[in-house]
Design a protein. Sequence first.
Length: 443
Amino acid sequence: MRFLADMSKAEMESWAERSGLPAYRGRQIFSWIGRGAACFGEMTDIPASLRDALERGRATVAGAGGEAGAGAHGAAGADALDAATGAGDSGAPGAAAGAAGVAAMAAPGASVDPGASAAPKSNVSFGWPGLADARGAASATGAAWAGGADVAAGGTGIPAIAGVYPSRRDETVKYAFRTWDGNIIESVLMKYRHGYTACVSSQAGCRMGCAFCASVPAAFSRSLSPGEMLGQVAAIGRASGAPVSRVVVMGIGEPFDNYDSTLKFAALLHEHGEIGIGYRKLTISTCGHLPGIRRLAGEGLPIGLSVSLHAPNDAIRSSLMPINRKYSIDKLIEGCKIYTYATKRRITFEYALIGGVNDSPGSARELAGRLRGMLCHVNLIPVNRTERSAFAPPPGSVVSAFADALRRGGIEATVRRELGADVMAACGQLRNSLPGGAPGNGL
């Protein structure tokens, strides 16, 4: 099952025609989704009778087309890291391990009753052949977007805003979203000199287990669909009124553990003119998922890549990031070089400076030696505190000295400005629950 927000414009037109509607109705709905419409009732250029019928979930959408199924991203009984990172260095996605975890998806509150006798107020023929209400059917091992399946009843698939948390220190705003099945995901709107950037999540929870990340204690639930990812951007733009000019997939989850949905999200973002963000304005951040990096290098798309490195060698990186035990730092950097050759785009290496762990002058020199000659720059991030981590950032003088050592070694380095830390919106602080367990701010 998939949502309307998961569809491209062509798929939406096809869906409309298969539902007995003119193709231009599909284009209208597609446009409204780009503007953040979570329900049909908001689509004021569509007749009220048709909006009512669509809202009640009666339009025929079976066989709506689309790509082949994206596969499941959960694997019951399998090693979580192996399932997440694929079969060795071959580039095969780990999704194949979890085909049994696929579950149908339907919007909350959708009324799905194929046998209902009450006819909707419309002159269009409606019906839901073979469609069952799949609410609550998501497997704990992770429901996935199945690209070839029917479309879920009711709503567009854009997650609802459950809380808005503005920083008192800067202009950062954290948004909590509630998905159709009750999962909470978080996104962040940040203001920079160049404009507004939206940081979005790709999964509800994360299986990567990085030691400094706030999402680790929470159980992994499932991967998000392309429309759920797109919906975060559209809803943030609508709620804030801010002209979002860049998007980074750096929120909760590993994007390449959800590769197909992430790539479809990139295409949707590029296609939705209402959002206006092309491939060059999108950056995908990975913890070092080597098969995903290799696959993206072969897509021929000018998407930015950010790699969480956080260490100069295998010993330190393996203690912080379990994925390094599968893909060593040398193999990871080799894959990153392939990406820069294929795309001609500079890679950003994220490096969280942790006091007494990876912030020594020797670490800086070793890191510079590994990266010398690459088309890259290093973004230094004094580690942000989380509730369950004892890690602390080094003093400012140590951060400056580390950056200077990299520059002397021929590596461009910057120090990231801390944004939104007071509302747990900074790097590594996002989690899949409402802050403090609170129900949000009344939205």
